[in-house]
Each structure stands twice: as structure tokens, then as C-alpha cells.
Design a binder for this molecule. Structure first.
Ligand code: ATP
Ligand code: ATP
Length: 166
């Protein structure tokens, strides 16, 4: 516990923000020249995904506990799917991600990428949620600012940063 206190102290003065430790959503041009394609380190699902044997197997194979769910585009995150929500599902029912998320309504939280790690850690310590969507504000002349989803951050990302700082 003493060691952790020291480490937290070290981190507090290190001035890092959420964007330094988050898992990024990467967007890049297609290598095949066929227009734009998205390559995401963050594993997300479209809300209209049907949860059949094939898609459930793929979700399990990814190994993540919490999966952001989007509607129509990746900046429009509407809920989180927890892998444990799939446990009692009958794949033959062909429910959609949207339906399953509707049963559970896990807390969905957004933070800005420049949120200090110290502040994020205090948030996670409250225990209400363990993964936050990270957003960036994109200013466009003549328009309201847009929020772009740039990553996810979890307690684990912060703990890793603390251990590195030691
Ligand atoms: P848990 O350990 O609570 O079962 P987990 O292994 O899914 O959950 P964490 O341990 O919280 O996730 O985080 C491990 C790493 O995975 C972190 O770097 C986090 O940013 C990243 N991560 C979490 N969820 C996703 C996701 N859906 N897609 C990509 N990366 C993720
Ligand atoms: P307005 O006040 O112009 O009516 P609004 O209340 O709908 O807009 P904002 O005040 O811009 O929205 O943002 C409220 C919260 O919603 C912010 O904390 C922001 O993080 C979140 N938010 C806004 N746009 C998005 C989006 N596209 N995806 C996810 N979260 C968003």
C-alpha cells in the first residue's frame, strides 16, 4: 500500500492525460486503394449486429469484457455490451446487440482526451464504471464543435502507467 501511494504521487506530478494511456481508435486509408477503410484497435460492434453462433464466437475470441456499441458511425457510441450479457443468450433467438444492451443499460461514460490521469483515477475509484469512451473536440468554423471518439480508457491503463512510473 505504501508503494502504491508513492507511485500515485509520482504519477500525479507526471502531468499525463487520458490520451497518453488510452487504447486508440485508429483510422487509416485502405492499403488496397479502395477508398476509406477503418482499422480499429478498439473492438466495437454495430448495434444491429445479430448475435448468432458465429458473431458470439468472434466476440468471445476478442477477449474483451466491455465492448462499445455504435449506431451508424463509430463516433456515435450508444451503449456498452458486456461479454457476460451473452451468457444466457440462445444463439437461435438471433437477438441483436441493441436488444441485449436494452436489457442491461450499463453505464456509458465519456471523457475528454485531455483529462488528467489523476482525475480519471479518482473517477474509476468511485467504482461506478470501469471503461470510459475518450472523446476529442473538433472545432469547425461556422459549426458547433463535434465530438470525435478517439479511444477507450480503463483502470488497467492507468495502473500500468503507475507501475511504469515506478
Ligand atoms: P477485465 O480485465 O476487467 O476483464 P478487459 O481485459 O476487457 O477487462 P481491461 O483489463 O479493463 O479490459 O483493459 C485491458 C486493456 O484492454 C486496456 O488497455 C484497455 O484500454 C483495453 N480494452 C478494453 N476494452 C477494449 C475493447 N473493447 N477494445 C479494445 N481494447 C480494449
Ligand atoms: P446542445 O447543448 O447544443 O443542444 P447537446 O446538449 O446535445 O447539445 P453537448 O452539450 O454538446 O450536447 O454535449 C453534452 C454531452 O454529450 C457532452 O458531455 C459530450 O461528451 C456528449 N456528446 C455530445 N456529442 C456526442 C456524440 N456525438 N457522441 C457521444 N457523446 C456526445
Amino acid at each position: 500500500a505504501e508503494e502504491l501511494k508513492i507511485a500515485v504521487g509520482a504519477m500525479e506530478i507526471s502531468d499525463k492525460t487520458v490520451s497518453d494511456v488510452m487504447t486508440k481508435v485508429h483510422v487509416r486509408e485502405s492499403e488496397y486503394g479502395g477508398g476509406e477503410s477503418y482499422c480499429n484497435d478498439v473492438f466495437m460492434l454495430p448495434s444491429d449486429t445479430t448475435l448468432n453462433t458465429k458473431t458470439v464466437a468472434e466476440i468471445l475470441r476478442m477477449g474483451y469484457t466491455r465492448i462499445p456499441v455504435f449506431e451508424s458511425d463509430r463516433n456515435n457510441i450508444v451503449s456498452l455490451l458486456f461479454v457476460k450479457d451473452l451468457a444466457l443468450l440462445d444463439p437461435d433467438d438471433n437477438f441483436t446487440v441493441k436488444t441485449v444492451c436494452g436489457y442491461h443499460e450499463h453505464a456509458l461514460r465519456f471523457v475528454l482526451e485531455d483529462t488528467p490521469l489523476r482525475v480519471m483515477l479518482e473517477e474509476f475509484k468511485k467504482g461506478e464504471y470501469h471503461l470510459a469512451m475518450v472523446q476529442r473536440i473538433v472545432e469547425k468554423e461556422g459549426h458547433d464543435p463535434l465530438y470525435e471518439v478517439v479511444g477507450v480508457v480503463t483502470l488497467e491503463d492507468i495502473v500500468e502507467e503507475i507501475l511504469q512510473a515506478e
